[in-house]
Design a protein around this ligand. Structure first.
Ligand code: GDP
Length: 298
């Protein structure tokens, strides 16, 4: 991920090495190149525009520093703007005052929701929580079975439809899972929901109905970092259709250009909470904007 963007940026910074002082023309030329590099990495246009405006303004206003040469100064500004675009500080999960905390996962089919459910359950368990997984994705064949396998690996109970749990009705399954969590003293409930290959109104309605039934503390939108410009439209649709409180980037181990990762915070207005970096349950970590920015800058 980000290999091309990293290479492009480092090429741009190399050109500035050895320059004594940056003229406005140097700053403009550099900003243009950074703009192109971001666009080629599939970063959404409004995000790129804001980014470049900030870099230019700050580079022009930068005081002549004794400690940093012009190239280092630009790198510092770009680094800080990348951190800002990625969300600044990491935000913790919001837990309910009165357990169980309900975390609902939403996103397109194949985005990595079910895998994330298992990862999140394992991670929460390691933190001393007693999570429970809920199989409310009844659309995709074998999503329930997949969640049961992941739950088994994580050592976490999976609440799945069976006679009495509301077979075939994901809203009913989700609703009764909360009662079950209360009865069995689970303090976090992770609800996996169905996704389609593309955004459609029926799917959004189902997600909204599940949301209303479980009254979640977090609605996490899972986005496949491998999808390019489409990511923005999908993120907007989920923001407007379901209302999301946080984002998880999945498949950050892939070799995509990374534009979704850099756009989604600003487009949704919600923080990136975690990053998924592989198919195994342990390929998962909290998302640190500063670390990601450092990775991009190499
Ligand atoms: P869902 O339809 O949203 O529930 O998506 P799944 O969790 O079933 O994931 C779809 C596919 O992507 C599966 O083959 C997963 O193993 C794979 N996958 C999920 N997360 C990651 C990740 O972070 N990296 C990689 N490389 N593959 C992932």
């Amino acid at each position: 991920m980000f290999d091309t963007l990293s290479d492009r940026l480092s090429g741009i910074f190399t050109k500035l090495r050895g320059k004594g002082r940056l003229t406005d023309a140097d700053i403009d030329a550099t900003a243009r190149e950074i703009r192109l590099a971001l666009l080629e990495a599939d970063v959404a246009l409004p995000v790129v525009k804001g980014f470049i405006t900030n870099v230019k303004e700050r580079a022009r206003g930068a005081e002549v520093s004794q400690a940093l040469n012009p190239a280092q100064q630009i790198i510092k500004i770009v680094n800080e703007e990348l951190v800002a675009v990625l969300g600044g500080e990491w935000r913790r999960l919001q837990f309910a005052k009165q357990p169980p905390t309900v975390i609902m996962l939403a996103g397109l089919q194949g985005s990595g929701k079910t895998t994330l459910a298992g990862k999140l359950a394992r991670w929460l368990k390691a933190q001393g929580h007693q999570p429970m997984l809920v199989a409310a994705d009844l659309q995709r064949p074998n999503a329930v079975g997949q969640l049961q396998v992941l739950g088994g690996r994580a050592g976490v109970e999976v609440y799945a439809p069976e006679p009495g749990n509301g077979v075939g009705d994901p809203v009913q399954v989700a609703k009764s899972s909360i009662e079950h969590a209360r009865r069995t003293a689970r303090d976090v409930v992770i609800v996996d929901t169905a996704g389609r290959l593309g955004v459609d109104t029926e799917m959004m309605q189902q997600a909204a109905d599940i949301r209303d039934a479980v009254d979640p503390d977090e609605v996490i939108f899972v986005i496949d970092a491998m999808v390019g410009q489409d990511a923005v439209r999908t993120a907007e649709a989920f923001r407007d259709g379901v209302g999301i409180t946080g984002v998880v980037l999945s498949k950050l181990d892939g070799d995509a250009r990374g534009g979704a990762a850099l756009s989604v915070r600003q487009v949704t207005g919600q923080p990136i909470l975690f990053a998924s970096t592989g198919e195994k349950l342990e390929d998962f970590d909290v998302f640190h904007p500063d670390r990601m920015a450092s990775r991009i800058l190499g």
